[in-house]
Ligand binder design. Structure first.
Ligand code: HEM
Length: 329
């Protein structure tokens, strides 16, 4: 195509092509005209929820992760079962564990009042995760926007793509790689285990029978293990809760990495970052000694995770209710 010599025609052409250039990319100003107060509204609802329960910040960050690792960041994790849709909420990583759905509903309700059928549930999750980081004392970053919502869910994707706490380090690395994330992203993003809780069932194996020989995990500090056992017995107490960072459980800081160096990581998937690879061990040490660097990388990796295969342009839809697909299309 020849570029018009006439400067007005050239300018008009550029203007005409602009939406095309942007339509398949995410960018922070996506709702600038269609819903200028979107960020303010998301922030205020998240702030209220976190003021009521500090843990909600952790739960919302995790929800975004569990969304993005299954078919990309498309709000699929939010869908309830109905018709042909089998909800991801029943998957192994999510069952009795994923939370924060009511907060996303509250944000959606507020946004449907302000600018109906405009802001996707996938973007709400992404913004809520960023706001949660800030509210817990973690880093802030600009959020690229413009994701659209899926018309389906994937239970098998949720079961298979999201790493499990007893996965080996190579398996975890592979699952991140499949999502387009590297070792640096893995270590930095695992740093969000500096807030929030785990159930006993997610780490019990380490306390009693790590490798099937009836012995505890020797990479778990034995006095810390002794403190964990009373509330996480050999059987029963599956849902009992333990802070992922026992030193500063509600503060987004780098104590998580310091704990790993002291062999006091709660999940096996946490501790292996320090014990099973020289490269990840160096990153753990780096972030333990340099909060600033951890925050910078966490912000970068969250944006990268948020960019996993979004639906843009005419793909997907803007759900009116985050729990179900729209019926009229
Ligand atoms: C590296 C692989 C990962 C594994 C194996 C893993 C596993 C887990 C497990 C087992 C729990 C506790 C769930 C329960 O017992 O109910 C948990 C909690 C959590 N995870 Fe991860 N996770 C990983 C990576 C991530 C990433 C990438 C993020 C976010 C960017 C994240 C954020 C969180 C948060 C914030 C919590 C606490 C949630 C709450 O208190 O409600 N995790 N994770």
């Amino acid at each position: 195509m020849a570029f018009p010599r006439n400067s007005l025609a050239g300018f008009t052409l550029v203007l005409a092509l602009l939406p095309l250039c942007f339509s398949h990319y995410l960018y922070p100003q996506f709702y600038h005209h269609s819903c200028p107060r979107v960020e303010e509204i998301v922030k205020s609802v998240v702030a209220k929820a976190v003021a009521k329960e500090a843990r909600m910040a952790a739960s919302l960050i995790r929800l975004h992760f569990h969304d993005c690792f299954v078919k990309g960041c498309d709000g699929s994790v939010l869908l309830d079962s109905s018709g042909s849709i089998i909800s991801e909420k029943g998957s192994n990583p999510n069952r009795n564990s994923a939370r924060g759905f009511d907060v996303i509903d509250d944000i959606k309700t507020a946004l449907e009042k302000e600018c109906p059928e405009t802001v996707s549930c996938a973007d709400i999750l992404t913004l809520a995760a960023r706001d949660s980081s800030i509210l817990a004392g973690g880093p802030e970053w600009e959020v690229p926007l413009g994701r659209r919502d899926s018309r389906g869910a994937s239970l098998s994707g949720s079961n298979n793509n999201i790493p499990a706490p007893n996965n080996t380090l190579p398996t975890i690395i592979t699952k991140f790689k499949l999502a387009g994330l590297n070792l640096v992203d893995l270590v930095a993003l695992s740093g969000s285990h500096t807030i929030g809780f785990s159930r006993c069932t997610s780490f019990r194996q380490r306390l009693y029978n790590q490798s099937g020989n009836g012995a505890p995990d020797l990479t778990l500090d034995q006095s810390y293990a002794a403190q964990l056992r009373p509330n996480c017995p050999r059987s029963g107490g599956d849902q009992n809760l333990f802070p992922l960072d026992f030193v500063t459980p509600a503060k987004f800081d780098n104590l998580y990495f310091k704990n790993l160096i002291a062999y006091k990581g709660l999940l096996s998937s946490d501790q292996v970052l320090f014990t099973k690879s020289e490269q990840t061990m160096q990153l753990v040490k780096l972030y333990a000694h340099n909060l600033e660097l951890f925050f910078q990388q966490f912000a970068k990796s969250m944006v990268k995770m948020g960019n996993i295969s979004p639906l843009t342009g005419k793909r997907g839809e803007i759900r009116k209710n985050c729990r179900r697909v729209n019926t009229n299309n």
